[in-house]
Design a protein around this ligand. Structure first.
Ligand code: G3I
Length: 377
């Protein structure tokens, strides 16, 4: 029986687990939000290799902090709205939309010739703000389904031709389990909610790439199997699905099996979907060895590239702005207490200077593009 068929007949309870998720020498600074500013080495390496290098951006800092905005434009070729496109922000009340944050991000991207990864349309996030309270409280299945279809249609249509890829469904699987996450979408629409979401998005923009986005598969082999099976089922059912994002929130102290990231990525590619690392961060903390952190960033990049994936996005721009240190997140998620703040998980330091992690990613990208051009001729 297929993965989805099993869910159509039985809805297993959420599997509680031991890994609590929770569900990232070379350059100066000083640029302002100037479209003519020179690209940094990371952006140049991304362009040369044809692999997008992205960052999750917070619209409030993009608006208020010129140095933050300049760093985004200088170093990255893709941005993912960290929160601005979540329905908890966009759809504050039934029938109401607030496009201001999302519009700011898309306009910024166009000004700086940076791509946008739309994040995220459908996110059940048990216990979090992935979906707005009013939608969580919409218990009538027909009303719920209508609100979901209307939401996807309005958002994807608004950014048609401007957002070229969407995380249509975020975290469909239970955090540490192998079944679909027991969330309001599953409860009210059933396991076909993924198909509903993906086909609705395709109808709203025939050209946008449609992705699902999942976490922890590099650490949890059974969850990786479940993700591959889910993708196989969706494709076998003819559901439009172009890519799978692997979030890749990494833990320095938890050993990663050899080629763990590459294996999952390869198996997904065998299902004829694109693959990206979509939310990389490596909390190192104030006292950790920067070289170990850089090695893990390099390893993630290399494994991703070896498997033919096409994007590496970090979950944040710089160490001064990371969800891992955010008091709101820490209060809502005690598991984050395992990482002493400041966690310093990203490629740029709080002054927007490139870190050893940055250099490691540039080197990995450059090596790969050199190897590719040698092979090509
Ligand atoms: O904006 C409000 C602010 O007005 C309020 O005063 C403050 C205090 O409660 O909260 C602020 O909102 C917080 C928001 O981040 C902006 O900082 C929310 O409480 C907080 O829950 C929210 O957390 C975000 C989280 O997703 C939940 O949506 C994180 O920033 C964001 O980094 C995180 O991103 C997720 C990805 O979307 C999916 N994968 C996992 C990843 C990390 O959890």
């Amino acid at each position: 029986m297929s993965f989805l068929a099993r869910h159509r007949t039985s809805r297993l309870p959420v599997v509680a687990g031991t890994i609590a998720l929770v569900a990232l020498s070379c350059c100066g600074t000083g640029d302002r939000d100037d479209p003519r500013g020179r690209p940094g080495p990371l952006r140049e390496a991304a362009t040369a290799s044809g692999v997008r290098v992205g960052a999750a951006v917070d619209v409030h800092f993009l608006r208020s902090d010129e140095a933050y905005a300049a760093a985004v434009a200088r170093h990255f070729t893709s941005i993912t709205p960290e929160n601005a496109m979540k329905w908890s922000v966009l759809r504050p009340a039934p029938g109401q939309w607030d496009w201001s944050d999302a519009d700011t991000i898309v306009a910024f991207a166009e000004r700086h010739e940076v791509e946008v990864r739309g994040h995220t349309l459908v996110w059940g996030q048990s216990g979090g703000n992935g979906l707005p309270g009013w939608l969580r409280e919409t218990t009538d299945p027909d009303e719920f389904r209508t609100a979901v279809v209307e939401g996807i249609t309005a958002e994807v249509a608004r950014y048609r031709g401007r957002v070229d890829r969407w995380d249509v469904v975020n975290e469909p699987l239970a955090t540490t389990g192998t079944e679909l996450d027991q969330n309001p979408y599953l409860e009210r629409i059933g396991p076909d909610y993924l198909a509903v979401a993906l086909t609705t998005a395709r109808a709203a923009d025939a050209d946008a790439e449609l992705w699902i986005n999942e976490n922890l598969t590099e650490y949890l082999p059974a969850k990786a199997d479940a993700l591959v099976q889910l993708v196989r089922d969706l494709r076998a059912d003819g559901i439009p699905l172009d890519g799978v994002g692997l979030q890749t929130h990494l833990f320095i102290d938890v050993p990663l099996r050899p080629h763990a990231i590459e294996d999952v990525a390869r198996r997904l590619r065998e299902q004829h979907v694109k693959v990206a690392l979509t939310e990389v961060d490596v909390p190192g903390g104030p006292t950790r060895d920067p070289a170990a952190q850089a090695r893990l960033w390099a390893r993630a990049t290399e494994e991703c590239l070896d498997a033919g994936c096409e994007e590496i996005t970090g979950w944040g721009v710089d160490d001064g702005h990371t969800w891992l240190d955010d008091p709101a997140n820490r209060a809502g998620n005690p598991a984050l207490g395992a990482f002493p703040a400041p966690t310093r998980p990203l490629l740029l330091d709080p002054a927007y200077h490139p870190k050893p992690t940055y250099k490691a990613v540039v080197e990995a990208l450059s090596t790969t593009s050199a190897a590719a051009s040698q092979q090509g001729g």
